[in-house]
Design a binder for this molecule. Structure first.
Ligand SMILES: C[S@@+](CC[C@H](N)C(=O)[O-])C[C@H]1O[C@@H](n2cnc3c(N)ncnc32)[C@H](O)[C@@H]1O
Length: 235
């Protein structure tokens, strides 16, 4: 455990889950994307980097899912939900065994990591040949990305620029503001530079944020329209 080093998500475990539960249709859309991106996980050895409170994992069979999580607040909830949290710390600080996992995923966690290349190098080494690195995030270039960056620069969502354009319950400003929002193509380029050639993409939250929680959305191929996008990269 990291004594005296407050993590971005410390103190947010309850608020984070509550936000998804209040935005239940948005959550269902993201969960559909998560499930679709992971595919069949039977007998797969899986690592969730930045597993948070294990909210998404609680909707799948997570008996083979290990987690890494810097926030003790969040990780303790994930453990209760059945995730095997192997390390309370940043992925940057963890040694991973090589050729060990079938799937390593970052569900929203790349958006809190500045230097992606060294972290992805480590994860690619830890994947078995043919294993999958799956990156799910709000793209910087999406409407959600713009909204979070505008909220961050204004230091509020309560501003005339955003009047009548905001969802009823936006993602907590502190978490939006502490994000390091990357574009999807930035991550693709990082992975291509690391030698990855096989990619598939899927996305959801195609509606503008103000309408996102009206009903669950489908998952569609591609990455250029969604507010939540999965990159599936094969080693
Ligand atoms: C948006 S939350 C996603 C949590 C969870 N994966 C989910 O989908 O509900 C991002 C998570 O990444 C974690 N995180 C941030 N920086 C990290 C790092 N450098 N290494 C590992 N996890 C990190 C945060 O503590 C937080 O739990």
């Amino acid at each position: 455990m990291r004594e005296g080093n407050k993590q971005k998500f410390d103190g947010y475990a309850a608020k984070y889950d509550e936000w998804f539960m209040k935005n239940e249709h948005l959550f269902t859309s993201e969960l559909r994307l998560f499930r679709k991106a992971l595919g069949d996980i039977t007998d797969k050895k899986i690592l969730s980097v930045g597993c948070g409170s294990g909210l998404f994992e609680s909707y799948i069979d997570c008996s083979n899912v290990e987690g890494i999580e810097p926030s003790e607040d969040m990780g303790k909830v994930a453990e209760k939900r059945g995730v095997n949290v192997i390390k309370y710390g940043l992925i940057e600080e963890v040694d991973l065994p090589e050729n060990n996992y079938d799937i390593i995923y970052f569900n929203g966690s790349s958006s809190y990591i500045e230097e992606l290349a060294p972290v992805y190098v480590k994860c690619l080494k830890a994947l078995k040949e043919g294993g999958k690195l799956i990156l799910l995030d709000v793209p910087k270039e999406s409407a959600f990305g713009f909204m979070y960056l505008l909220g961050k620069s204004l230091n509020t969502y309560d501003h005339e620029y955003l009047r009548d354009a905001m969802p009823e319950l936006p993602y907590p400003l502190a978490l939006a503001a502490s994000g390091i929002w990357h574009t999807t193509e930035e991550k693709i380029h990082v992975l291509k530079d690391l030698g990855i050639e096989k990619f598939t993409f899927c996305q959801t939250l195609l509606k503008n944020p103000i309408y996102t929680n009206e009903e669950p959305e489908e998952v569609v191929e591609g990455y250029k329209s969604g507010g939540y996008v999965a990159i599936i990269a094969e080693k």
